[in-house]
Ligand binder design. Structure first.
Ligand SMILES: [Fe+2]
Ligand SMILES: [Fe+2]
Length: 246
């Protein structure tokens, strides 16, 4: 396995590792995002067992010990399995997450106390980079779920939203909703909570120009339209499930 690096927005790097054995024959990617600034932030730690790969990839961009913030969407191995490994190599790094994630998991599981972020709170990374944390409980799964939005580049670090199969290009301007529907049909990874469509639709108000997918290419274009289309599909799924149960 190797990790490919590409700059998907000014100062935001995608570190992508393709695993052909997951959902063959298409395979599956795991992407980490490094946001540069005076206080560099990594969004997703990667799997614990991929730590060496990701550390080596980060070290091609910055010395890993310079990392200041370790953030991710929710408590799960691909999102945060290597958080304590990163805390060990970066002495000034802090895990930053929403209140629920800190109370439910991170106060106990992180080797150093996490920074608790309120819904909507901004971390100023310096050099113009500002990341806003947004709670998205149960969307796509996990009570603790959230996303981050980098304001200067209009990049939504959207985690598992729009998950797709395959080893596509690092960036696309094409359709990401159709491939997300295919992957949801296969994995059924979302919680299908009643508020899911509304939570995704609410992210459209940020008008993201780039959607940084954890499992898929980074999309550039009308992010709000893609979010609304994905929200509509989850509403459709939920209505379908409710009518089956009636
Ligand atoms: Fe997940
Ligand atoms: Fe994930």
């Amino acid at each position: 396995m190797n990790t490919k690096i590409s700059e998907i927005a000014d100062g935001i790097y995608r570190l992508s590792t393709f695993v052909p054995d997951i959902a063959p024959p298409a395979g599956f990617t795991f992407n980490q995002f490094l946001v540069l600034g005076d206080e560099p932030l990594m969004f997703h730690t990667g799997l614990r067992k991929m730590f060496a790969l990701n550390r080596d990839a980060v070290s091609r961009i910055i010395p890993p010990e310079r990392l200041r913030w370790i953030a991710f969407g929710h408590y799960e191995a691909d999102e945060c399995g290597a958080m304590n490994e990163w805390l060990a190599v970066a002495p000034n790094a802090e895990v930053a997450h929403g209140q629920t994630g800190c109370l439910v998991s991170l106060n106990d599981m992180a080797d150093r106390a996490p920074r608790v972020l309120q819904d909507g709170e901004v971390i100023d990374l310096g050099r113009g980079k500002r990341v806003r944390y947004i709670d998205t409980p149960h969307t796509p799964h996990g009570w603790d779920a959230g996303v981050m939005f980098e304001e200067s580049t209009g990049t939504l670090l959207c985690g598992d939203l729009f998950t797709q199969l395959g080893d596509g290009p690092s960036q696309t301007q094409g359709d990401i909703v159709g491939p997300a529907i295919v992957a949801e049909d296969l994995f059924q990874y979302s919680a299908l909570a009643p508020g899911m469509g509304a939570a995704i639709r609410a992210l459209a108000k940020f008008n993201p120009r780039t959607l940084a997918l954890m499992h898929g290419p980074s999309f550039t274009g009308d992010g709000a339209a893609a979010l609304r289309a994905l929200a509509d599909d989850y509403d459709r799924r939920l209505r379908g499930r409710l009518s089956m149960a009636a």
